[in-house]
Each structure stands twice: as C-alpha cells, then as structure tokens.
Design a protein around this ligand. Structure first.
Ligand code: HEM
Length: 216
C-alpha cells in the first residue's frame, strides 16, 4: 500500500450498527430456535431483525451514497463481469459493495422478511403447517447465504488486499492509487450519522428491556 493512502469514509454509522445487530439477531435467533425455554429470546431477536430490515429498506432509499440500493444493486451482466474480473490482476474494484456481494445482501434482506413474517404468523397461530415449514426453510436458506457472504468477504478482502471487516467496524477504507480506488474524498460520504446510530441502538435496547422485564 502506498504511503499517500488516505482514509475514505464509506459506511455510515447506522449501516454499521445495522450490520452487527443483524448478525447478533440472526445468530441468536438461530441458536435459540429449538428451545421452548428460550422462546421469548428467539421471538424478540426475530422482531429485532424485522425492525432492522425495515430500517435498512428505508435507508437504502434515502441514506448515504454507498448505503443506497440504487448505487450498488446491479443486473446479472455486472455481477458476471465482476466475478470474471476476479481472475485478472487487478480485479474490478468497488469502493462500496461489489455487484456479487450485493446479490447476497439482497438475498439476506429478502430471506429475513420471509423469516420474520412466517415467524410472526407461526407464533400467533396464523396459517397452517406450511407457515412453520417456510419459517424453517427460509432460515436454513439464510444460513447458507450467510456462509457464502462470509466466504465472499474473505475472498474479496484477500484479492483486493483490503480489510473489509475492519471497514464495516470503522466505516473507513484506505484510498490509494495502488488499488485504483483513489478518486478523491468526493467518493466517500461526508457525515457518519452517529446520532441516528445511537438512536437505533437505544431503540433496540429499549425494545429488549420492554420484552424481557419481568420474564422469569
Ligand atoms: C448473520 C450473519 C450475517 C448477516 C445476516 C450479514 C448481513 C450483511 C448485510 C445485509 C450486509 C450489507 C450491509 C449494508 O449495506 O447495510 C453485509 C455486509 C458486510 N458484511 Fe455481513 N452479515 C453477516 C455476517 C458477517 C460476518 C460474520 C462478517 C465478518 C466476518 C461480515 C462482514 C461483512 C462485511 C465486511 C460487509 C461489507 C461487504 C462489502 O464491503 O461490500 N458479515 N452483511
């Protein structure tokens, strides 16, 4: 990496808080799915996932540059071109999500919607057996997409020689002419939107408190 690398703010704080709370909610709900004793935790984390996805759908329309769906969801031709470019040196680089990663992101959001909808219906005895079957099927599907997503993040971090996980924590990527991504800070975002992220965190904590107070 060249010495004139500069930090570019790519992920706003709400996207980062959304991401890690989504990881926590999905993992926690998945691990507590089979147990009657942990039912309230499972349901609460499921509703949290629903709230997070609702926020992300809205933020994907009105949020910062790299959070907006219009700026990273691409058609099959762009996905194939990106995947093919991984065999070249240097591979095609995107400061925000790459087109293949975007496919996983869309699938993760869509499967979350199916999981939360069928989970709510099943918990409230709406619909028949098929509802529970879809709930289980969509959860297994989402787990598979998560595994592909994590593998994709690892491969793309290696090929582009950039730490994508750190970027999802700090919000920053390094811009350098070496990577072909240094087109100036105008590619980054101006504000981290920290206050909104704090409000999100507090809303989630408040919801958990409401759900769990008085639980045995
Ligand atoms: C339950 C597990 C997970 C789910 C549901 C999930 C979901 C997502 C979603 C929806 C995004 C898009 C973020 C946005 O634009 O709002 C994303 C991006 C990302 N995730 Fe995950 N994720 C999971 C696990 C992980 C784990 C374990 C890691 C780290 C090893 C990780 C690393 C990343 C990174 C680095 C990005 C940004 C990728 C890029 O630079 O384009 N994710 N994830």
């Amino acid at each position: 990496m060249s010495t004139d690398d500069k930090k570019i703010l790519v992920w706003d704080a709400p996207v980062r808080v959304f991401h890690w709370l989504m990881v926590l909610s999905f993992a926690g709900a998945y691990l507590t799915a089979e147990s009657e004793r942990w039912r309230l935790v499972h349901v609460t984390l499921g509703y949290t996932l629903g709230g997070l996805v609702a926020f992300r759908l809205l933020w994907g329309c009105v949020g910062t540059r790299h959070a907006r769906f219009a700026n990273f969801v691409r058609g099959p031709a762009a996905v194939l071109r990106y995947l093919r470019s991984l065999l070249n040196e240097p591979p095609e680089h995107h400061l925000g999500h790459n087109p293949a990663g975007a496919v996983a992101i869309v699938l993760l959001l869509l499967s979350s919607i199916v999981i939360v909808g069928t989970g709510w219906a099943s918990y409230n005895s709406v619909g028949g057996n098929w509802v529970a079957e879809w709930h289980e099927g969509a959860s297994a599907f989402m787990l598979a997409v998560v595994l592909v997503h994590v593998a994709g993040v690892a491969v793309s971090s290696l090929l582009h020689r950039e730490n994508l996980v750190r970027a999802m924590v700090t919000g920053n990527k390094q811009g350098s002419t070496d990577h072909g991504i240094d087109q100036g800070n105008e590619q980054g975002i101006k504000r981290p939107w920290r206050v909104l992220a704090i409000v999100m965190g507090l809303a989630v904590l408040g919801f958990w408190w409401l759900q769990w107070r008085g639980a045995p």
